[in-house]
Structures are given as structure tokens and as C-alpha cells.
Unconditional design. Sequence first.
Length: 68
Amino acid sequence: MTGEEPAPAQGPPEFNPLRYPPCACPRHSPGSGPEPDKDDAEDSALLRELRTRMNEENRLRRWARGQS
């Protein structure tokens, strides 16, 4: 060693939001994605069919519980 003192230990750098911009995905950007309360017009045909099937199964389960 040449007699120089080692540099003092530094903590992690301060977080800078300008260095890490926010995520642009629909989950993290408010207002850019579809609202969850919108009508089913934007749903795919497969999703509408699945919802109909689930509603029918739930209705049958409620009916079966009432009969037992």
C-alpha cells in the first residue's frame, strides 16, 4: 500500500424516480387500461360463454342445496 486511506464506505444511492420511470403496463398506469366496471361488450365470446356456464352451475348448486 502506498499509505493512502481507503475511501469511506457509502450507503446505497438515493432512489431517483427519473432514473426509473413508472411501468407502462395497464396494471400500473391509471386510466390507460379498460375499467373493470364496463359492460360485457368488450369481452371475448369465450369469456362470455364461460361466465354463462359458471352462472348456470352456481344456480344449480344453489338449487341442490335448497332441496337437501
